[in-house]
Design a protein around this ligand. Structure first.
Ligand code: COI
Length: 357
């Protein structure tokens, strides 16, 4: 279906819930803006996109996503510039990645029209929910799930696509203590680790909980074969500065192709830093730390943006990293990225999508 120049029908709330939002104290993911987009896939096509008041959905207990996990999602953010205009950061990259996940999970691709037009209309309606405050944003959650009420195992023939949003502050409140995971596996070559599939996150909860019980905020996943190479951390890609070079594991079938990851690497290259996308072994980190060359470690992700790592735990060792304020590369890139996202700096890569009001 082409929505060119058409407007998605909207049923608007009679009264906004925005007064429930304490703009100076926003917790991640707890309060949702007034509207959501819903579209259904039936008979081989996306149908009936509409904007509705944010609210519960009624589902059959046999809804196949609940049983066999055909469920995928994205995360993106919108910001306000100094004039109060809404700026979306790289939404087309989220659109493309959602469809990469859809293909892997045997689900239909969403159309660019529904994704982008739905997003723009939602943001116009819920503009007041985009926090103008530094360090805050409107987190936007597009997702798709299988809706056949059938419990045989097969790809569903019907799906629902939804976008809703919530104002957010920082995902992590402090520099993180992380531990290298010695036995659990998030993802193996040929698996679905590169997809933003709900099950990848569900399967990560137990190992993460066990690490949290030992006093770490997150774990660092290692490769499935040898537990020798670094993969990701929790919901983030990982980067290290070793001897002045920015080093990160390459994307593969086991690692999510992070949009923040790509933005950080692009800005680092623009700023003249040496960037290496290559395997990073746990031994290399330990050796670099011993030699005083492990200068920075951080995670990147839409929710987390740039999350500094204070300590990496491995075997019986705690590798303590330099103070956050002394970290040149991650701090410089974090500042540059924030300026681009909020319209305070030129946008040479056309990452910012301005929502016309
Ligand atoms: C994101 O960074 O958008 C994520 O996917 C993390 C989310 C699971 C909170």
């Amino acid at each position: 279906m082409s929505l060119d120049l058409l407007t998605i029908p909207a049923e608007c709330v009679t009264e906004s819930r925005i007064s429930e939002l304490d703009i100076n104290n926003i917790e991640f993911g707890k309060i949702f803006s007034d509207h959501m987009l819903v579209a259904d896939y039936k008979d081989g096509a996306w149908q009936n996109p509409q904007i509705l008041p944010y609210g519960n959905m009624s589902l059959s207990p046999a809804t196949s996503a609940l049983h066999y996990g055909q469920a995928i999602f994205e995360g993106m953010k919108a910001y306000k510039d100094a004039n109060g205009d809404i700026l979306l950061f790289r939404p087309l990259d989220n659109f493309r990645r959602l469809n990469v996940s859809a293909e892997r999970m045997c689900m239909p691709a969403i159309t660019e029209d529904i994704f982008m037009q739905g997003l723009e209309q939602l943001l116009r309606l819920d503009a007041a929910w985009v926090p103008p405050t530094a360090g805050c944003a409107l987190y936007i959650r597009p997702f798709m799930f299988a809706t056949d009420d059938f419990i045989g195992v097969r790809p569903s023939s019907s799906y629902r696509f939804t976008i809703f949003s919530c104002p957010v502050g920082a995902y992590y409140g402090q520099a993180l203590k992380v531990a290298i995971e010695p036995s659990f596996v998030r993802s193996a070559e040929g698996g679905a680790g590169y997809a933003k599939a709900a099950g990848n996150y569900g399967a990560a909860l137990l190992p993460a909980k066990k690490m949290q019980e030992k006093g770490y905020h997150q774990l660092i996943w290692t490769d499935a074969k040898e537990h020798k190479y670094i993969e990701e951390s929790g919901t983030m890609n990982l980067m290290f500065v070793i001897d002045g070079k920015l080093i990160t594991p390459p994307v593969s079938t086991t690692i999510l192709a992070g949009i923040t990851r790509d933005s950080v690497l692009t800005l680092a290259r623009d700023l003249g830093y040496t960037v290496e996308e290559r395997k990073v072994s746990v031994d290399e980190l330990v050796e670099a730390h011993k030699a005083g060359k492990l200068q920075e470690a951080f995670g990147t992700g839409t929710a987390a943006t740039i999350a500094h790592i204070a300590t990496i735990h491995y075997n019986d060792m705690d590798l303590d990293l330099p103070a956050v304020e002394d970290r040149e590369i991650s701090n410089r890139i974090s500042t540059e990225l924030d300026k681009i996202k909020t319209g305070q700096a030129p946008d040479p890569h056309n990452w910012v999508h301005r929502v016309s009001q």
